[in-house]
Design a binder for this molecule. Structure first.
Ligand SMILES: Nc1ncnc2c1ncn2[C@@H]1O[C@H](COP(=O)(O)OP(=O)(O)OP(=O)(O)O)[C@@H](O)[C@H]1O
Length: 440
């Protein structure tokens, strides 16, 4: 992932007029020109004959963002999210329509794109900084803070080409966020770096938000969209399907995703070449990297592998008997978590139950309910989650477990679909769950 920033216009003071429109998108469309071969693309440079086919990634998009709003952008792969973000950031021009911005717009889109590999980290601050509108004089003032945030120390005087990808992200993030923006555009940037750095990034983004910065956040993580954003935009086929309060939009989008998952998938098409001069290659079929939502079967993944970082140590379901999958031999479901935290920080836990075929049934998290894992004498943390009289009907289920930081925003570890089990309910009725109910 790359971090790239663009800065447009002059800064305005935060918090002055909460109803002020800071970004206005009016009838914006984006066409990519597709060529059958590099030869066709080359020929197009010298002839008036139309040699391309058009692909409209965005079609007649209009919306406004007000000061202080935090807006999530969701949509399937290829829906047009990245194209929209690039247009808003100003790194790509719309084919028609206008984007009006007020104040400083900073975009965290791609990592290291603005850096020169042969220059040192320090020289790159001035070089890449100038590309995002930070003058030499301003950079002199900002430099110590950027170096401190990136924690690169002596490495600042080494060529950036010798940096690890983590070091490049640290420098790029510290640079683009050195000046508080009026609008911050983020493309999945919460999932970069190690645990320590990810926490710093999230804290900085939260600080911007608390100071009235408008945030546009594109993510495949519905968990993060829900926890960060008050509004959401659902893009489908390059158009706005729905925009409004987050929960309502996410409800519609998730219903669409479920129906889509059930539908037979069309065969994948190979794509022709992109327009000459377009800044990016054809962006296709990115993997859905939504960590808090289980995808693969039995995956244990540390979101940010850290040798001694926070991680789930064991997640045990009591009373699992024989069979494949094992039968839950109790009417209660009891799950015991044992986790390693980070220093003195109190961790949070999440748990999700789904039907084996993938229908989500419930997800829970300690930070949502004010429940706290308990510190053990050996420094680990323990929690027991109990579902008395498990209100599920008979069937096969699969569970996932998550470890979060104290704020619940940074995901340290996830065991996705790590345990299947069968349950035979005492209820002799069809259905999925026994809802709390009354007869009168
Ligand atoms: N440079 C390009 N040249 C040609 N087509 C492109 C280019 N960039 C994107 N596209 C196409 O435009 C459409 C929208 O792409 P975009 O990357 O904006 O979608 P997205 O919603 O961000 O997808 P993802 O979630 O997979 O990142 C897709 O059909 C994609 O193939």
């Amino acid at each position: 992932m790359n971090v790239q920033a663009t800065t447009q216009g002059t800064p305005v003071r935060n918090g002055e007029n909460p109803n002020e429109v800071v970004l206005r998108v009016s009838h914006v469309s984006k066409e990519y020109k597709l060529y059958d071969s590099p030869r066709e693309r080359f020929k197009a440079l010298f002839s008036n004959k139309v040699r391309h086919r058009s692909h409209w990634a965005l079609k007649d998009i209009s919306f406004e963002l007000k000061r202080g709003q935090c807006v999530g952008v969701v949509g399937d792969n290829g829906a047009g999210k990245s194209s929209l973000l690039k247009l808003l950031a100003g790194t790509m021009r719309p084919s028609s329509g206008t984007v009006d911005r007020v104040g400083r717009v900073t975009a965290i889109l791609e990592l290291g794109a603005g850096f020169h590999p042969e220059f040192s980290g320090r020289d790159n601050l001035y070089f890449a900084g100038s590309l995002i509108g930070i003058s030499h004089e301003e950079m002199k003032q900002l430099e110590p803070g950027i170096i401190a945030f990136s924690e690169l120390g002596d490495a600042m005087d080494r060529a950036v080409k010798t940096y690890s990808s983590g070091m490049t992200v640290r420098l790029a993030f510290a640079l683009v966020t050195a000046v508080p923006p009026d609008v911050l555009i983020i493309d999945e940037a919460l999932a970069v770096g190690d645990q320590h750095f990810q926490k710093k990034c999230v804290a900085r983004i939260m600080e911007f938000r608390d100071n009235g910065c408008t945030i546009l956040f594109c993510s495949h993580s519905s968990y993060h969209i829900r926890h960060l954003c008050d509004q959401a935009i659902w893009l489908k086929g390059g158009q706005v399907m729905e925009m409004g309060p987050t929960e309502a939009v996410m409800g519609s989008y998730e219903m669409h995703s479920r129906l889509r998952a059930d539908a037979p998938q069309p065969p994948q098409q190979s794509l022709p070449l992109a327009e000459p001069g377009d800044e990016s290659d054809i962006a296709l079929n990115a993997v859905d990297d939504d960590l808090p939502e289980p995808q693969a079967s039995g995956t244990r993944m540390q979101a940010n592998p850290d040798a001694m970082g926070a991680s789930l140590l064991s997640v045990t379901i009591s009373d699992l008997g024989e069979g494949k999958p094992p039968l839950l031999e109790s009417v209660d479901l009891e799950v015991t978590f044992l986790v390693r935290g980070r220093g003195e920080e109190r961790p949070n836990l999440g748990f999700m139950i789904e039907q084996s075929q993938g229908t989500g049934i419930t997800s829970l998290a300690t930070h949502e309910e004010g429940a706290h894992p308990v510190r053990q004498p050996d420094g680990t943390w323990r929690s027991v989650l109990r579902f008395p009289n498990l209100p599920l009907h008979s069937g096969e289920y699969v569970v996932s477990a998550y470890l979060f930081d104290e704020s619940g925003l940074v995901l340290y570890d996830a065991w996705l679909h790590y345990q299947h089990f069968r349950f035979v309910s005492p209820t002799l009725m069809p259905g999925l769950v026994r809802l709390p109910h009354e007869w009168t």
